[in-house]
Design a protein around this ligand. Structure first.
Ligand SMILES: C[S@@+](CC[C@H](N)C(=O)[O-])C[C@H]1O[C@@H](n2cnc3c(N)ncnc32)[C@H](O)[C@@H]1O
Length: 251
């Protein structure tokens, strides 16, 4: 078990994430439609794991699914709740959550699982998601794979282009990736105006690169089968290198 079951790193950047980043998660909508919505009737209950500011939750709620989202950042959940008042939200760490009533499908989008940097904790998340699903339910998630880390997070990269200059906040970001260890780090440095002063905050967001084999083994150990991996560039023609979508079923 980890000694740190919290994930507050996005708290300080929640409103900037909503304004500048969250729309990216909709690039995965065709895959969600193809592998999840096509098999899941309207009205079904879908769990958005690490829902962030709730963009995907919002779109699926508008399509008449009963959405529940949770995230480890209370500020991200606050933004999501304001955006999608009809959906249910709670704050929880994906490594340590449970639900009362099992769901018909689950999603986890936009690198969220790369944020878990230990393989045993990734498996714990899969086990928790499995326990939150009905037998046969689909679980779809995306991951940044090695080619993506190398291409976008390599030395002195600035993939996110998260450079914001507003009256009350100024923000920049920087990524690094260690190919030998598979460790990536995103540092978002923001300055927030406090009267005549500016307060600096560094959000340090570590990510881990996992191999397809590691992910498949964890999913199998956690009780999933029918495991498929798709590459969004090669299989869906998306303009992004090194992002994979995994689809599987709870046994
Ligand atoms: C890049 S954002 C993606 C948010 C959302 N899924 C989307 O598609 O826009 C990653 C999110 O994962 C959340 N997160 C990372 N690790 C987590 C954990 N162990 N438990 C809960 N939330 C976590 C962060 O707080 C953040 O909101």
């Amino acid at each position: 078990m980890s000694d740190n079951f919290e994930y507050p790193e996005y708290d300080i950047i929640a409103s900037m994430y909503e304004k500048y980043v969250e729309g990216k998660s909709l690039n995965m909508l065709p895959a969600i439609e193809n592998f999840v919505l096509s098999k899941t009737p309207e009205g079904s209950r879908i769990l958005d794991v690490c829902c962030g500011t709730g963009k995907v939750t919002e779109v699926l709620q508008q399509r008449h699914y009963q959405m529940t989202g949770f995230d480890g950042s209370s500020k991200m959940v606050e933004v999501a709740s304001n955006k999608v008042p009809d959906a249910d939200f709670f704050v929880a760490d994906a490594r340590n959550f449970s639900v009362d009533e099992p769901f018909d499908a689950a999603l986890c989008m936009c690198d969220s699982l790369n944020h878990t940097t230990k393989l045993n904790e990734l498996e714990m998340i899969f086990t928790n998601v499995g326990q939150a699903l009905k037998s046969g339910a689909t679980f779809l998630f995306d991951l940044r794979m090695e080619a993506g880390f190398e291409h976008y997070w390599g030395q002195d990269s600035n993939e996110l282009n998260f450079n914001v200059v507003e009256d009350e906040v100024v923000c920049t970001s920087h990524t690094t990736y260690n190919k030998e260890t598979g460790d990536g780090r995103l540092v978002i440095t923001s300055f927030h105006r406090k009267g005549d002063l500016w307060q600096r905050h560094d959000s340090i967001i570590d990510q881990k690169c996992y191999s397809e084999e590691e992910v498949r083994n964890c999913l199998t150990n956690a009780g999933f089968d029918n495991i498929y991996m798709f590459r969004v560039k090669e299989d869906f023609g998306a303009d992004e290198i090194g992002r994979a979508i995994f689809v599987c079923n709870k046994v």
